[in-house]
Ligand binder design. Structure first.
Ligand SMILES: Cc1cc2nc3c(=O)[nH]c(=O)nc-3n(C[C@H](O)[C@H](O)[C@H](O)COP(=O)(O)OP(=O)(O)OC[C@H]3O[C@@H](n4cnc5c(N)ncnc54)[C@H](O)[C@@H]3O)c2cc1C
Length: 496
């Protein structure tokens, strides 16, 4: 598009267009950055309002005793391209780091001890026979029941099942209890009896439909390319921690775009002009041509209440779990366990106060100073929500004592810090996709309004980036449609 057409599109002579983004987590920042690319050189401005004193939402990196610690996410999956593409556009590609090629395995607590998850086990089902047969993790009955999966008929309808129903029906209760529940619920902080398989792992339902069996489906899958061919391993991170992704976006947005410590209280829409009035917590109002609500759904529900009560009600029906991360640093010589893996998951039946652990200094060796070991524990989630009612001191000392037995610690940690994430884990309950369909139809009927974030189509960082960027593209398309001569602009939008 030519410069003159650009000026025409966003009315160089007329009023400046303004887009407000609510929330400066990775979703809101990805939306703002994408918009800054799309609106570059046009008569438009972006304002991001963030309730907290810093941007990043759940993402926060700290450096303690020469160790890099993450309070929230520590890496992201590379199979979905959103986060890698964003790093590329931010010039961070050389900062990307793979996980340690050694010890790339997960352990499971069973009977108070750490056992490796059989090689080839994919979240809930085995893709290789011998490692399962020879594993001490499952009983003989459990192994026999697992092999029976090949004979279990697929469901005849397309109903949304819970993770618990699907795994028990296909692979048996032992696989649910020992692997699927701790592995999958660690990601979503969910109760497996409520978690929608369709909304979280549709791949397994597809395997059932296509191959008649999940095990057969996994056996038919092409072997992973391996690290020699693939540019990135399954998970990647940034050399200086994921906080550098946030800092990098902040630095690339026009100065003054992000307003910290300023919550949005309400959003109103003028039916005649279609423009928005965004009310802040100091009662100031900001006019906006378009608004992207990039907060958790329960906050979004309050913000859209004045615009559409039904939409607000649907958003408020998405439940949230709370969690906490406990970062610990030990002296290497105080740990007797070989820590031969990236960490472990804890089945509910083991009755520990935490549900997963990452051996950070094994997963990312460059992140710990020589002679030190860093570990992080995850607490809470839907199955253990009451544990978070305890105070920090109680939780820390119980967790340190329980972890100490598993990793055979002979000394106390040098550093311990618990960070809470209250109501930050959206629950994709059975029926989630149906709810999203209704929500999205309603939002589509409100031109200029977009909602985005981890509450909808995926909780991982790449999903949040994709969600923010989709919202940005939607807003850009809307602004183009508003323009007096929209033909050229639509063409440009279509080619994005
Ligand atoms: C403990 C933990 C570990 C995780 N680990 C991983 C991992 O390793 N890899 C991975 O890919 N994902 C991980 N996730 C998931 C991922 O971190 C999140 O899904 C993602 O960061 C959510 O980003 P978001 O921007 O959608 O929401 P948030 O990070 O919640 O950001 C929303 C922002 O909106 C702000 N806000 C809310 N209401 C208002 C308002 N009214 N006005 C202004 N601002 C408002 C909030 O203050 C917040 O900053 C993890 C999550 C948790 C909790």
């Amino acid at each position: 598009m030519s410069v003159s057409a650009d000026s025409e599109l966003f009315g160089a002579s007329g009023r400046r267009k303004r887009v407000v983004v609510v929330g400066a987590g990775i979703t809101g920042l990805s939306a703002a950055f994408k918009l800054s690319e799309l609106l570059s050189g046009k008569n438009a401005e972006i304002k991001v309002f963030e309730a907290n004193a810093s941007a990043g939402g759940t993402i926060k990196t700290r450096s303690i005793e020469g160790c890099l610690l993450e309070d929230g996410p520590d890496s992201f999956i590379t199979a979905k391209s959103g986060a890698i593409d964003l790093c590329e556009r931010l010039g961070l590609i050389d900062e990307l780091f793979n996980t340690n090629p050694q010890s790339r395995r997960t352990l499971v607590v069973s009977g108070g001890r750490l056992h490796p998850l059989p090689e080839g086990f994919m979240l809930m089902a085995p893709s290789r026979v011998w490692p399962v047969v020879s594993s001490p993790l499952f009983s003989l009955t459990g192994k026999l029941r697992m092999t029976m999966e090949l004979l279990v008929p697929p469901l005849s309808d397309d109903r949304d099942e819970s993770l618990a129903e699907f795994v028990t029906r296909r692979l048996g209760a032992e696989v649910l209890e020992k692997v699927a529940q701790p592995m999958i619920c660690g990601i979503y902080g969910a109760d497996p009896r409520q978690l929608s398989l369709k909304a979280t792992m549709p791949r397994f339902q597809e395997m059932e439909r296509k191959y008649g069996s999940v095990i057969r489906g996994l056996l038919c899958m092409p072997a992973p390319a391996g690290d020699s061919g693939a540019r990135y391993s399954m998970f990647a991170t940034l050399k200086d921690g994921l906080g550098s992704l946030i800092r990098s976006i902040e630095a690339r947005l026009p100065p003054g775009s992000i307003v910290l410590s300023r919550a949005v209280k309400d959003v109103f829409r003028d039916l005649e002009s279609g423009s928005f009035r965004v009310v802040l917590d100091n009662d100031d109002s900001v006019r906006a041509d378009a608004v992207i609500v990039a907060t958790p759904a329960e906050n979004a529900s309050k913000l859209v209440f004045s615009i559409d009560r039904r939409l607000s009600g649907w958003l408020s029906s998405i439940r949230f779990a709370s969690s906490a991360v406990l970062n610990l640093i030990y002296r290497q010589h105080d740990i007797s366990n070989r820590m031969d893996g990236f960490g472990f998951v804890v089945p509910d039946s083991e009755n520990l106060c935490f549900n997963a652990c990452t051996f950070t200094s094994v997963k990312f060796p460059h992140r710990a100073s020589p002679g030190l070991v860093s570990v992080r524990l995850f607490l809470g989630g839907m199955l253990h929500k009451h544990i978070l009612d305890c105070d920090d001191q109680f939780l820390i000392s119980r967790a340190v004592s329980e972890l100490g037995k598993l990793i055979r610690a002979t000394g106390e940690p040098l550093y311990r810090e618990l960070v809470r994430h209250p109501r930050r884990m959206p629950q994709y309950d059975v029926g989630h996709l149906g709810l999203l369909e209704r929500v999205e139809r309603r939002v589509a009927a409100l031109p200029g309004l977009e909602i985005a974030g981890s509450s909808y189509h995926g909780v991982g960082i790449p999903d949040c980036v994709a969600s923010g960027e989709k919202a940005a593209a939607g807003v850009y398309g809307y602004l183009c449609d508003m323009a007096p001569s929209s033909g050229g602009s639509r063409l440009e939008y279509a080619s994005l």
